[in-house]
Write a protein that binds this ligand. Structure first.
Ligand code: SF4
Length: 448
């Protein structure tokens, strides 16, 4: 009988995609997936250390798994991802953990699990591995419409608040030929949107072709027949080139949306964060982007209460938000992450109550701006890529505009994966409503 695996994922899109990769590798090794952890021979917990108390949450979850599987044959338990990378041997020493695979060792998961199973001893690999190749056609896509494709692993930037360079290692680029092949494979498997993933996607430089930077990579991916949309996350403001702006303007299937993390509106705080951009360069960039691609939408990430952030610094953040007018924003209260530069050098000085006051004010401002921008969409038409049935109403479908705005509209589930021209009729706080004004079109193609 085939062995079964259960996989649980915490954290960002990168982690979700790593789980798709590990699932594919395990299935290639003969496992089948189960959604019932008590029926699994192998339980994989793919962890994230970006949020607070990640280790505590992991240990609680491990305890639950032990309780739920008590009485039957104990499954092997593998911990992967950022907490595995950071905790290493200490994690392996915990009861109920059999395998620890770091962020650069996920390809070794089946072998580590097999070694642990055969020898009934614990196995671990948290070593750095420079090899970023991945077998073609193995990823188990978890979304019916879009596929994620990693283009860069790791990061060299060392922003003071961020743990990623420590958990995911130094920046390693995948060959352009491998990326394009994986995109073709995803289209062959029925996906019509790809999202290129990396910590700083626009720092991309192909290791196999010196003429291929990120803008050129977009052109090569754009030429894959049958691909309706290309998105990418996340670019760094420092590396947005005129060529990238022209690529967004000129390549028909590259989405007209840029998620451009700014993190703060204060130059003093940006410097303390080691972001290496200023509010002025950010304003200039937003202006140039909007000059080149007038209908582009911008979104961002913001941190409030970074060590040393004063009222005046925070006012600069509000001012930046008022001036740039983002279509959406992810905002967070600063909290210390182990091993980061900020945790070693900068005391977490802003009181919790003040952080809360600031994030409430920031989010209220963003809500007002978003409401105005969304109200301005009423009466406009957009091509919406339908990606699911609406959660609230079974007769409605939901999708996104090129600018990444969510639109709900009456329509059948058969439209999933199709582009539908939609006139916007109504704006809600976080989404739009509309009506189809033309036929739903399947993206042209398949492999030519
Ligand atoms: S650019 Fe900064 S915030 Fe982004 S992953 Fe790298 S270190 Fe972290």
């Amino acid at each position: 009988m085939a062995r079964k695996y259960f996989i649980e994922t915490f954290g960002c899109q990168m982690n979700v995609h790593d789980s798709e990769r590990m699932s594919g590798l395990l299935e290639a090794d003969g496992y089948t997936r189960t959604d019932d952890e008590t029926a699994a021979d192998l339980v994989v917990i793919n962890t994230c250390s970006v949020r607070e108390r990640a280790e505590e949450k992991l240990y609680t979850r491990l305890g639950e798994i032990r309780e739920r599987t008590a009485g039957g044959p104990a499954p092997l338990v593998a911990v992967t991802g950022c907490v595995a990378q950071q905790e290493g041997e200490a994690l392996l020493a915990r009861p109920g953990v059999d395998v620890v695979a770091g962020t650069q060792s996920l390809k070794r998961l089946p072998a580590l699990a097999e070694a642990a199973r055969l020898s009934r001893t614990k196995t671990i690999d948290v070593n750095p591995h420079d090899d970023v190749s991945f077998p073609l056609g193995v990823v188990r896509h978890s979304d019916p419409v879009r596929a994620w494709v990693t283009i860069i692993e790791g990061c060299n930037e060392f922003c003071a608040f961020c743990v990623v360079p420590y958990t995911r290692g130094h920046e390693r680029m995948r060959p352009a030929a491998d990326i394009v092949a994986e995109v073709r494979e995803a289209v062959r498997a029925g996906r019509v949107e790809v999202q290129l993933l990396g910590q700083i996607v626009n720092h991309y430089q192909a290791p196999d072709d010196s003429s291929c930077d990120f803008a050129e990579l977009l052109a090569r991916v754009s030429a894959v027949p049958g691909l309706a949309r290309i998105r990418f996350a996340s670019p760094h403001p420092r590396h947005v080139t005129p060529a990238l702006m022209r690529a967004i303007r000129d390549l028909p299937n590259v989405c007209r949306h840029l998620h451009l993390p700014v993190q703060s509106g204060s130059n003093r705080v940006l410097q303390a964060m080691r972001r290496r951009h200023t509010r002025e360069t950010y304003f200039d960039l937003a202006d140039r982007l909007r000059d080149t691609v007038p209908d582009i939408t911008l979104s961002t990430d913001m941190i409030v209460g970074f060590p040393g952030e004063t009222d005046e610094d925070f006012e600069d953040t509000l001012d930046l938000v008022r001036r740039v007018r983002f279509h959406s924003m992810f905002s967070f209260k600063y909290s210390e992450r182990p091993n980061t530069l900020a945790s070693k050098r900068l005391p977490d000085s802003v009181p919790e109550g003040e952080k809360t006051r600031r994030i409430v004010a920031l989010q209220a401002l963003q809500r007002d701006i978003q409401a105005e921008l969304f109200a301005g969409e009423v009466g406009r038409t957009h091509d919406v890529l339908i990606d699911g049935v609406s959660r609230r109403r079974a007769w409605e479908v939901t999708g996104r505009t090129s600018g990444n705005l969510i639109v709900n509209l009456p329509g059948p589930a058969e439209w999933i994966g199709h582009l539908v021209p939609v006139r916007i009729t109504e704006a809600a706080p976080n989404s739009l409503r509309g009506d189809a004004i033309g036929p739903a079109l399947a993206p042209a193609g398949g492999e030519g």
